[in-house]
Design a protein around this ligand. Sequence first.
Ligand code: UDP
Length: 333
Amino acid sequence: MILITGGAGYIGSHLAMALLESGNDIVIFDSLELGHIEIINILKKYGNVKFIQGNLKNIDDIRGVFLVNKIDSVVHFAAYSQVAESVNNPQKYYYNNVYGTLNLLNAMKEFGVNKIVFSSTAATYGEPEYVPIDENHPQRPINAYGNSKLMVERIMDDYDRAYGIKSVRLRYFNVAGADSKARIGEWHEPETHLIPNILKADENKTFKMFGTDYDTPDGTCVRDYINVEDLANAHIKALEYLNRSGKTDYFNLGTGQGDSVKDVFNACEDVLGRKVPLEICPRRAGDPAKLVADNKKALSILGWKPEKTLFDSINSANEWEKRLAKIKSGIVL
Ligand code: UDP
């Protein structure tokens, strides 16, 4: 069985759906602090999911999972991921993201499980020295979130050398979109991400564009928006890679293409077929001007390449927003 920590969250649930659809049995471990039981109940309609509520900070919670399930490999999503929050409250990030992962790795070691795919991030690179960013770019995070993920990457190197636990670290750029059948999608409370915030904006809630004076062609930040289904597929390729005795490694997951905040805003207006109320605001602290992935390594070693466009991501996110509104009001599951 494959264990997914954080499988009730945004990216973890999309991997869960993809694994279920290809007939895998999975165990989801999630505290439900940020994940949603509704997402678990939806996933249960599509295959054999065992759900265990627990917290990685409690070693016994995670030991219990290995004790009663035959786990072959782990995909580890469970983490806090808000950059601004991590700056104000680093304790929360190190305790959860680093200590929690240590508990997971120690349970794996105890039960002889030696394959893990880990959600890392482009935030481990810090302020880019060049773009597109390849995997050899220096890793100098500029916030506690990026530091917490980089520390785990380093721990994983040491756990491979000493205990033979093989890891694949996937460094995500900007994850976007939802399940193409709108069954699951992004559900953060509160929402801070660009695409859902544009889609949710209306006369009562203006969309705030953070910074139009960056050194970029149209003055707004440029990001690499990678579709969540493409991303889920990369995790499957990473598991396959580990199953054929792949060595510990790390890969960027992005499209290799940059889109500005204004590009995304215009594309959202096209998908919605209406104008979105817009307010130009000062820069948000900690936003680099441009983050774009060099994704060639994932293609050459994992055989992964993204297939969906920014339009696909916005379109699926928009369909999901409509469904989410119904789920929240109790109309549908
Ligand atoms: N952004 C924005 N308004 C929002 C949310 C985000 O202008 O309500 C901008 C943000 O400043 C950044 C880009 O959109 O330049 C992507 O931000 P997001 O939070 O989606 O992802 P991040 O790049 O922080 O991982």
